[in-house]
Design a protein around this ligand. Structure first.
Ligand code: DX5
Ligand code: ZN
Length: 220
Protein backbone atom coordinates (compact mmCIF):
# COMPACT_ATOMS: atom_id res chain seq x y z
CA UNK A 1 0.00 0.00 0.00
CA UNK A 2 1.21 3.48 -0.88
CA UNK A 3 2.50 5.70 1.92
CA UNK A 4 0.37 8.70 2.89
CA UNK A 5 1.51 12.18 3.87
CA UNK A 6 -0.36 14.86 5.76
CA UNK A 7 1.12 18.23 4.90
CA UNK A 8 -0.16 21.22 6.89
CA UNK A 9 0.33 24.47 5.01
CA UNK A 10 1.85 27.00 7.39
CA UNK A 11 0.31 29.81 5.35
CA UNK A 12 -2.60 29.77 7.80
CA UNK A 13 -0.60 29.45 11.01
CA UNK A 14 0.33 32.38 13.24
CA UNK A 15 3.34 33.51 11.22
CA UNK A 16 4.77 35.38 14.21
CA UNK A 17 5.25 31.98 15.84
CA UNK A 18 5.83 29.77 12.87
CA UNK A 19 8.27 27.38 14.59
CA UNK A 20 5.90 26.72 17.49
CA UNK A 21 3.02 26.01 15.13
CA UNK A 22 5.24 23.82 12.95
CA UNK A 23 6.35 21.79 15.98
CA UNK A 24 2.73 21.43 17.03
CA UNK A 25 1.88 20.01 13.61
CA UNK A 26 4.60 17.38 13.92
CA UNK A 27 3.50 16.55 17.48
CA UNK A 28 -0.06 16.18 16.20
CA UNK A 29 0.97 13.59 13.61
CA UNK A 30 1.74 15.62 10.48
CA UNK A 31 4.43 14.39 8.09
CA UNK A 32 5.54 17.34 5.97
CA UNK A 33 5.49 21.09 6.51
CA UNK A 34 4.05 22.62 3.34
CA UNK A 35 5.57 26.04 2.67
CA UNK A 36 3.82 28.30 0.17
CA UNK A 37 6.44 30.55 -1.36
CA UNK A 38 4.81 33.41 -3.31
CA UNK A 39 6.47 36.33 -5.04
CA UNK A 40 3.58 38.72 -5.72
CA UNK A 41 4.04 38.21 -9.48
CA UNK A 42 3.16 34.62 -10.31
CA UNK A 43 0.28 34.92 -7.86
CA UNK A 44 -1.32 38.04 -6.35
CA UNK A 45 0.08 37.44 -2.87
CA UNK A 46 3.42 37.68 -1.10
CA UNK A 47 4.56 35.31 1.62
CA UNK A 48 8.06 34.22 2.63
CA UNK A 49 11.27 32.89 1.14
CA UNK A 50 14.64 31.35 1.97
CA UNK A 51 15.30 33.27 5.23
CA UNK A 52 12.12 31.92 6.79
CA UNK A 53 12.88 28.41 5.55
CA UNK A 54 16.34 28.71 7.12
CA UNK A 55 14.87 29.70 10.49
CA UNK A 56 12.42 26.84 10.36
CA UNK A 57 15.20 24.40 9.50
CA UNK A 58 17.16 25.63 12.53
CA UNK A 59 14.16 25.15 14.82
CA UNK A 60 13.28 21.72 13.39
CA UNK A 61 16.48 20.05 12.16
CA UNK A 62 14.84 16.80 11.03
CA UNK A 63 11.51 17.84 9.57
CA UNK A 64 10.53 17.47 5.92
CA UNK A 65 10.15 20.96 4.47
CA UNK A 66 7.92 20.73 1.39
CA UNK A 67 8.29 23.93 -0.66
CA UNK A 68 5.59 24.94 -3.16
CA UNK A 69 7.03 27.64 -5.40
CA UNK A 70 4.49 30.13 -6.71
CA UNK A 71 7.04 32.43 -8.30
CA UNK A 72 7.70 33.65 -11.84
CA UNK A 73 11.22 32.22 -12.16
CA UNK A 74 11.58 29.22 -9.85
CA UNK A 75 15.10 28.37 -11.06
CA UNK A 76 16.40 31.46 -9.25
CA UNK A 77 15.41 29.94 -5.94
CA UNK A 78 16.91 26.46 -6.27
CA UNK A 79 20.26 27.26 -4.68
CA UNK A 80 18.95 29.68 -2.03
CA UNK A 81 16.32 27.20 -0.91
CA UNK A 82 18.72 24.28 -0.87
CA UNK A 83 21.09 26.34 1.29
CA UNK A 84 18.19 27.28 3.55
CA UNK A 85 17.41 23.62 4.16
CA UNK A 86 14.42 22.82 1.95
CA UNK A 87 13.74 19.11 1.51
CA UNK A 88 11.60 19.27 -1.60
CA UNK A 89 11.07 21.82 -4.34
CA UNK A 90 7.81 21.82 -6.30
CA UNK A 91 7.58 24.23 -9.24
CA UNK A 92 4.71 25.27 -11.47
CA UNK A 93 4.72 24.03 -15.04
CA UNK A 94 3.22 27.43 -15.95
CA UNK A 95 6.18 29.45 -14.64
CA UNK A 96 9.21 30.63 -16.65
CA UNK A 97 11.61 27.67 -16.80
CA UNK A 98 15.27 27.52 -17.89
CA UNK A 99 15.52 26.85 -21.63
CA UNK A 100 11.71 26.61 -21.60
CA UNK A 101 12.22 22.98 -20.68
CA UNK A 102 10.70 21.32 -17.61
CA UNK A 103 13.31 18.55 -17.87
CA UNK A 104 16.14 21.04 -17.44
CA UNK A 105 14.41 22.37 -14.34
CA UNK A 106 13.88 18.85 -12.93
CA UNK A 107 17.56 18.08 -13.41
CA UNK A 108 18.67 21.31 -11.74
CA UNK A 109 16.58 20.62 -8.66
CA UNK A 110 17.96 17.08 -8.47
CA UNK A 111 21.53 18.28 -8.93
CA UNK A 112 20.96 20.63 -5.98
CA UNK A 113 20.02 17.59 -3.88
CA UNK A 114 16.33 18.18 -3.29
CA UNK A 115 13.28 16.07 -4.05
CA UNK A 116 11.51 17.46 -7.09
CA UNK A 117 7.84 18.02 -7.71
CA UNK A 118 5.80 19.62 -10.48
CA UNK A 119 2.46 21.34 -10.01
CA UNK A 120 -0.32 22.55 -12.30
CA UNK A 121 -2.98 25.21 -11.81
CA UNK A 122 -6.66 24.36 -12.28
CA UNK A 123 -6.65 25.69 -15.85
CA UNK A 124 -3.77 23.51 -17.04
CA UNK A 125 -4.67 20.14 -18.57
CA UNK A 126 -3.13 17.10 -16.90
CA UNK A 127 -1.87 15.92 -20.31
CA UNK A 128 0.83 18.59 -20.03
CA UNK A 129 2.13 17.00 -16.84
CA UNK A 130 1.88 13.32 -17.79
CA UNK A 131 5.12 13.18 -19.86
CA UNK A 132 7.13 14.06 -16.74
CA UNK A 133 5.46 11.75 -14.23
CA UNK A 134 8.21 9.16 -14.43
CA UNK A 135 10.96 11.71 -13.69
CA UNK A 136 9.40 13.28 -10.60
CA UNK A 137 9.29 12.46 -6.89
CA UNK A 138 5.89 14.10 -6.66
CA UNK A 139 3.18 15.81 -8.65
CA UNK A 140 0.82 18.35 -7.15
CA UNK A 141 -2.69 18.99 -8.42
CA UNK A 142 -4.11 22.36 -7.40
CA UNK A 143 -7.76 22.27 -6.40
CA UNK A 144 -7.98 26.08 -6.05
CA UNK A 145 -6.34 28.96 -7.93
CA UNK A 146 -2.98 29.36 -6.20
CA UNK A 147 -2.44 32.44 -4.06
CA UNK A 148 -4.60 32.18 -0.98
CA UNK A 149 -5.81 29.73 1.59
CA UNK A 150 -9.45 29.41 2.55
CA UNK A 151 -10.86 28.89 -0.96
CA UNK A 152 -13.33 26.24 -2.04
CA UNK A 153 -12.20 22.80 -3.25
CA UNK A 154 -12.73 22.19 -6.99
CA UNK A 155 -14.06 18.62 -7.38
CA UNK A 156 -13.74 18.87 -11.17
CA UNK A 157 -9.97 18.48 -10.74
CA UNK A 158 -10.39 14.84 -9.64
CA UNK A 159 -10.13 13.40 -13.18
CA UNK A 160 -6.56 14.81 -13.30
CA UNK A 161 -5.63 12.81 -10.21
CA UNK A 162 -7.31 9.70 -11.61
CA UNK A 163 -5.42 9.99 -14.90
CA UNK A 164 -2.11 10.33 -13.06
CA UNK A 165 -2.82 7.46 -10.69
CA UNK A 166 -3.74 5.20 -13.58
CA UNK A 167 -0.41 5.80 -15.31
CA UNK A 168 1.77 6.02 -12.19
CA UNK A 169 0.64 3.60 -9.47
CA UNK A 170 3.55 4.45 -7.14
CA UNK A 171 3.93 8.19 -7.70
CA UNK A 172 3.24 10.57 -4.83
CA UNK A 173 0.25 12.67 -5.87
CA UNK A 174 -0.38 15.67 -3.66
CA UNK A 175 -3.59 17.67 -3.58
CA UNK A 176 -3.68 21.30 -2.45
CA UNK A 177 -6.55 23.72 -1.98
CA UNK A 178 -9.76 23.50 0.00
CA UNK A 179 -8.96 20.08 1.39
CA UNK A 180 -10.56 19.24 4.74
CA UNK A 181 -12.66 16.55 6.40
CA UNK A 182 -15.50 17.18 3.90
CA UNK A 183 -13.42 16.93 0.73
CA UNK A 184 -10.74 14.42 1.65
CA UNK A 185 -12.79 11.42 0.49
CA UNK A 186 -13.08 12.72 -3.08
CA UNK A 187 -9.33 13.36 -3.25
CA UNK A 188 -8.46 9.97 -1.75
CA UNK A 189 -10.86 8.09 -4.01
CA UNK A 190 -9.31 9.75 -7.05
CA UNK A 191 -5.91 8.51 -5.90
CA UNK A 192 -4.16 11.28 -3.97
CA UNK A 193 -1.79 10.09 -1.23
CA UNK A 194 -0.41 13.44 0.02
CA UNK A 195 -2.75 16.03 1.43
CA UNK A 196 -2.16 19.74 1.98
CA UNK A 197 -4.46 21.65 4.29
CA UNK A 198 -4.19 25.13 5.75
CA UNK A 199 -7.50 26.58 6.89
CA UNK A 200 -9.08 23.21 7.70
CA UNK A 201 -6.33 22.58 10.27
CA UNK A 202 -5.42 26.02 11.58
CA UNK A 203 -9.02 27.23 11.58
CA UNK A 204 -10.12 24.39 13.82
CA UNK A 205 -10.23 24.22 17.63
CA UNK A 206 -9.18 20.60 17.30
CA UNK A 207 -6.18 20.62 15.01
CA UNK A 208 -5.06 17.19 16.09
CA UNK A 209 -8.51 15.80 15.37
CA UNK A 210 -8.53 17.31 11.87
CA UNK A 211 -5.12 15.79 11.11
CA UNK A 212 -6.43 12.41 12.29
CA UNK A 213 -9.53 12.77 10.08
CA UNK A 214 -7.39 13.63 7.07
CA UNK A 215 -5.18 10.62 7.76
CA UNK A 216 -8.15 8.30 8.09
CA UNK A 217 -9.65 9.71 4.90
CA UNK A 218 -6.53 9.38 2.78
CA UNK A 219 -5.79 5.88 4.05
CA UNK A 220 -9.26 4.57 3.28
C1 DX5 B 1 -2.68 28.14 -2.16
C2 DX5 B 1 -1.67 27.30 -1.44
C3 DX5 B 1 -2.22 26.36 -0.46
C4 DX5 B 1 -3.05 26.98 0.63
C5 DX5 B 1 -4.10 25.99 0.99
O1 DX5 B 1 -2.01 28.87 -3.11
O2 DX5 B 1 -0.92 26.55 -2.38
O3 DX5 B 1 -1.21 25.52 0.07
O4 DX5 B 1 -2.31 27.33 1.77
O5 DX5 B 1 -5.02 26.56 1.84
P1 DX5 B 1 -6.40 25.85 2.18
O6 DX5 B 1 -6.09 24.47 2.68
O7 DX5 B 1 -7.02 26.74 3.20
O8 DX5 B 1 -7.16 25.81 0.88
ZN1 ZN C 1 0.51 25.09 -1.55
Amino acid sequence: KIQTFICPSLLSCDLSRIAEDAKQMIDFGADWLHMDIMDGHFVPNLTFGPPVIASLRKALPDCYIDCHLMVTEPAKWIEPLKKAGATSFTFHLESVLPENDPRVMIQRVRDAGMKVGMVIKPGTPVEELLPYGGDLDMVLIMTVEPGFSGQEFMPDMMPKIKALRQQFPDLTIQVDGGVGPKTIDAAAEAGANAVVAASAIFGSDDRKGVIALLRAGVEK
